[in-house]
Design a protein around this ligand. Structure first.
Ligand SMILES: Cc1ncc(COP(=O)(O)O)c(C=O)c1O
Length: 467
């Protein structure tokens, strides 16, 4: 969450203006940044808060986010019915806990955990928490190995591409692990096996492989990375486990690329996370993490709490958490089944390929990806286009309500500015064609009225979007 700081009230206008039509009370004072002395009627409060939210964007037109922005009414009803359930209270809500258990089991078979391996896992608030737990397990296991061998364990490092999501940077900073980023270069926009292995040494707690990259949607080659680490082990003796960050791909690859070996079929993969609230098709926030076997999850990270009645092993950063999302995840599994998920993801991919193909034909754009891994693709302006930038285009699309992020790539491609489009459930072919029309129109406008200020060199440093 953003960190908020105290507002100097003397510099702000005082209370909220409340439309007299809403007010049924004799007096209605609602200061912005202080608790009102008296309450108001529910209808008044509802109107006031709704009005405050009116400028929020239309989530269905947000092509920036990977997070679910549409669920069907029955799912919404179920979530509303479960709003009061606290996920941690396993004794009071044993059936919600049972649904979580079923979801973990469904995921363990989707991700090909070997039969009898006792793969273990849990739900989280999202992939960031799941990655934090995955990283901690790697760190604890490395420390235990070093301790058992009588070696110092003071300088752990984690190897990953510079394209990782910010949660991995957070993990490294919070747990004082040295991040070893493999930079991106033209033609290699994600981590590959040789480059990953070259960064590893005796202090490497693990390698993170992403399915797929937040930057442009491509899958990192988990099998290739793992085989490079096999060779490293046979040559230098370092046994480095892999964590797969499948925030999006964990719910896409099993349906669209079932033969791709990226999951527990690869013996070096120790753990996998995914966001239920991305291609798992649930509203935020729910994530999942699974470990291949109990060996991959050190026992001293697991807490056994009994003060809510019953005893339950848990591994989480939060204590209380809403149970509605877990119920909704299970609803989706039951509602869609394997074929339903495949159909939803395939439809997204068909739309992504249709869009990327049409965008490539407009003229000024060069595709970085087409949407063949995740239904996500990125494109940039050809080098010869200098009169405007992708940031100008992003801003112009905003005038029609489209939120299409433009951003620069991480090291070593920080000069490259791109636009990324995430196709999610609820973004129809019709909407895609409307977007295409607007894109063509805005390109024409920009070509005939190139931006005069600020110059593109400066503009392309602007950040219109944060991951
Ligand atoms: C690859 C990857 N990992 C982790 C995350 C963080 O996920 P969450 O938003 O569920 O915390 C994201 C979010 O976009 C992501 O793309």
């Amino acid at each position: 969450m953003p960190l908020h700081t105290q507002v100097d009230e003397s510099s702000q206008d005082e209370g909220l203006e409340v439309n007299p039509v809403y007010v049924r009370e004799l007096s209605c004072e609602i200061p912005r940044y202080r608790l009102p002395a008296h309450g108001v009627l529910p209808r008044t409060a509802l109107q006031v808060v709704r009005d405050e939210l009116i400028l929020d964007g239309n989530a269905r037109l947000n092509l920036a986010t990977f997070v679910t922005t549409w669920m069907e009414p029955e799912a919404e009803q179920l979530m509303a019915e479960c709003d009061a359930k606290n996920m941690i209270d396993k004794d009071e809500y044993p059936q919600t806990a049972e649904l979580e258990r079923r979801c973990v089991n469904i995921l363990s078979s989707l991700w090909n955990a070997p039969a009898g391996s006792q793969a273990a896992g849990c739900s989280t608030t999202g992939s960031s928490e799941a990655c934090m737990l995955g990283g901690m397990a790697l760190l604890w296991r490395w420390r235990a190995r070093r301790k058992a061998a009588g070696l110092e364990a003071a300088r752990p490092n984690l190897v990953m591409g510079s394209n990782v999501q910010v949660c991995w940077e957070k993990f490294c900073r919070y747990w004082q692990v040295e991040p070893r980023y493999v930079p991106m270069v033209p033609g290699r926009l994600h981590l590959r096996g040789a480059e990953a292995a070259a960064q590893c040494d005796e202090n490497t707690i693990g390698v993170v492989a992403i399915m797929g990259s937040t930057m442009e949607g491509s899958y990192e080659p988990v099998l290739e990375i793992s085989q490079a680490l096999d060779r490293l082990q046979s040559e230098q003796g370092h046994d480095v486990p892999v964590h797969v960050d499948g925030a999006s791909g964990g719910f896409v690859a099993p349906f669209l690329q079932p033969d791709l070996e990226w999951d527990f079929r690869v013996p070096r993969v120790a753990s996998i996370n995914a966001s239920g609230h991305k291609y798992g098709l649930v509203y935020p926030g729910v994530g999942w993490i699974l470990w291949r076997s109990p060996d991959a999850l050190p026992d001293d990270l697991v807490f056994r709490v009994n003060y809510l009645g019953g005893e339950m092993p848990t591994f989480a950063l939060n204590f209380s958490r809403p149970g509605a999302q877990v119920a909704a995840q299970y609803y989706n599994f039951v509602r869609l089944g394997h074929e339903g998920y495949r159909h939803v993801q395939q439809t997204c991919q068909d739309i992504a390929l249709h869009l990327s193909g049409a965008i490539a034909k407009i003229g000024p754009f060069e595709l970085l990806t087409e949407g063949r891994d995740l239904p996500v693709f990125a494109f940039k302006l050809r080098d010869e286009v200098t009169g405007y930038s992708v940031f100008d285009l992003s801003e112009r699309l905003r005038t029609r309500g489209w939120q299409v992020p433009a951003y620069t790539f991480p090291a070593d491609l920080t000069e490259m500015a791109v636009i990324r489009i995430v196709v999610r459930n609820g973004f129809s072919m019709d909407l895609a064609n409307l977007l295409l029309e607007d894109l063509r129109r805005q390109v024409q406008v920009l070509e005939h009225h190139p931006q005069t200020q600020p110059p593109p060199k400066i503009q392309h440093k602007r950040e219109s979007f944060k991951h």
